[in-house]
Design a protein around this ligand. Structure first.
Ligand code: UGA
Length: 477
């Protein structure tokens, strides 16, 4: 058992605190927002993340996890994890003010020899800069970079089953002490210098975003030449040098990480005199995806009086209530600005979306959002949308266009039901006359739902992309 503190009860901080307590450490989580501390003390979590509530409740009950606003409590910690936000500044660079505020608040309290572990995503050189601060030198604090690779929606699983634990440190003793905290995880420990650890985090996110943008670009070629992007992705993903993950086309990437990290990396590169045309293109292609979806919707409702568009899904991806950087919101806002009535549903993100976009009509169930709509956009591939009774939906909608922003639905079946199915590069399904041989026969039992199947009945994620992002893993946690 190592006594540790975690500064920040946001996504990464809360998951880190809960999981470290689950690993047997005594954890104090410091959060400056008093309302959040009170809520967490009462067992109320500010975010929806599968499996997290149970971990927080259990470890708080057993006295392994506490929440406080008092930095004095860091005095008892051998290591203090910094997990505060690093949002995009006006010029795209990472805003480090929360990290620096946290340092200022905790340095007067910690004991000499304490390790400060930076989990926040920070530009290369931040750890070195903090280590050189006079106050840090005086307090004889070690600074370690320990980037986090968890995904929202599967955060608990990812933290407890990492592919690797990266420890960027300048002394073998610091590596050993941080490695001890993770000793019970079955994961390789990768010890490197601080700068390489910091750059690896940005590189991982930027490379994942690049794969998606690249496939989105290819999806437009697929549409133009009447090829099928799913087949293309499946084929290239079977190449072991490439692998199947993050090749799924659609509205593109959102969230609180990829958009800010791609921008921050590009901005940091340019401040070091490096030219990054790939990063810029990755960002630009992503912007085009939302525009393309909006165009498809506008085309579908053109000439209709008082048109209504339904949007299914507002979270930036399934299994989270986070709408930050969600492509759905950008599209909804554009439609509202054009005077179109937008009715939206999401199983968990209605409240968060309402705070950002008050002019959308939010509906508690998907059928009610679809009732009377002229066109629908599937923006987040929540599992419940696969199970919709599309025969009923067809009867209740005024129009027939379905824009599948996640290439998740069974377009062949939807076309057969009388919808006009529009996708991102699934050409055979878009025009409705393709046999999409790999899609196999339509299982009568799925008539209520329209989840795309391959020949062996597996859902598209299983077929080409592994498990749906976290659904099964997260639930199993
Ligand atoms: C991402 C990284 O995957 C994590 O490793 C990292 O720790 C995290 O950022 C972070 O820096 O904190 P996250 O933003 O939670 O995690 O979500 P992802 O699962 O990576 O998805 C990002 C976006 O890409 C979503 O909008 C998703 O819909 C989209 N996506 C994903 C695609 O459009 N296609 C795909 O094939 C996969």
């Amino acid at each position: 058992m190592v006594p540790v503190a975690v500064v920040g009860a946001g996504y990464v901080g809360l998951v880190t605190a809960a999981c470290l307590s689950e690993l047997g450490h005594r954890v104090t989580c410091i959060e400056v927002d008093e309302t959040k501390v009170i809520a967490l003390g009462a067992g109320d979590l500010p975010i929806h993340e599968p499996g997290l509530r149970e971990l927080v409740w259990k470890n708080a009950r057993d006295g392994h996890l506490q929440f406080t606003g008092d930095y004095e409590r860091t005095r008892y910690a051998e290591s203090v994890f910094i997990a505060v936000p690093t949002p995009s500044g006006d010029d795209g660079s990472a805003d480090l003010s929360y990290v620096l505020q946290a340092m200022d608040s905790l340095v007067p309290h910690v004991q000499p020899g304490t390790i400060i572990v930076i989990k926040s995503t920070v530009p290369v050189g931040t750890g070195d800069g903090i280590a050189r601060l006079q106050s840090v030198l005086n307090a004889r604090i070690e600074v370690v970079s320990n980037p986090e690779f968890l995904r929202q929606g599967t955060a608990v699983h990812d933290f407890l089953h990492p592919d690797r634990v990266v420890i960027g440190a300048e002394s073998a003793e610091a590596v050993e002490r941080v490695a001890r905290i993770y000793a019970s995880l079955e994961a390789p420990i990768i010890a490197v210098d601080r700068r390489s650890a910091e750059l690896a985090k940005y590189t991982a996110n930027a490379l994942l975003a690049t794969r998606i943008s690249f496939m989105n670009e290819i999806s437009h070629i697929a549409a133009a030449v009447n090829a099928d992007i799913d087949d293309v992705a499946r084929i290239v993903g079977m190449d072991r040098r490439i692998g199947p993950a993050f090749l799924r086309s659609g509205l593109g990437w959102g969230g609180s990480c990829f958009p800010k990290d791609v921008l921050a990396l590009s901005s940091a590169a340019s401040s070091h005199g490096c030219y990054t045309p790939i990063l810029q293109a990755v960002y630009e292609v992503n912007q085009l995806q939302g525009k393309h979806a909006a165009e498809l919707l506008l085309e579908a409702i053109s000439g209709i009086d008082d048109p209504i568009v339904a949007i299914l899904g507002l979270a930036f991806k399934p299994n989270t209530d986070d709408v930050r950087g969600s492509p759905a919101l950008g599209i909804a806002q554009q439609l509202v600005e054009e005077g179109i009535i937008v009715r939206a549903h999401d199983p968990f993100a209605l409240v968060n979306a309402g705070l950002v976009l008050p002019d959308v009509e939010y509906r508690e169930d998907a059928y009610s959002a679809l009732d009377g709509a002229d066109a629908v956009l599937l923006a987040t591939e929540w599992e419940e949308y696969y199970d919709l009774d599309w025969i009923l939906v067809r009867e209740s909608m005024r129009g027939k266009t379905v824009v599948d922003g996640r290439n998740a639905l069974n377009g062949v079946l939807l076309n057969e039901l009388g919808f006009l199915y529009r996708s991102f590069g699934r050409a055979a399904q878009t025009n409705g006359n393709g046999s999409a041989p790999h899609a196999g026969t339509i299982d009568a039992s799925t008539l209520g739902g329209t989840m795309q199947t391959n020949g062996n009945g597996a859902a598209p994620y299983e077929a080409a992309f592994g498990s749906p992002p976290g659904v099964s893993e997260a639930v199993a946690e």
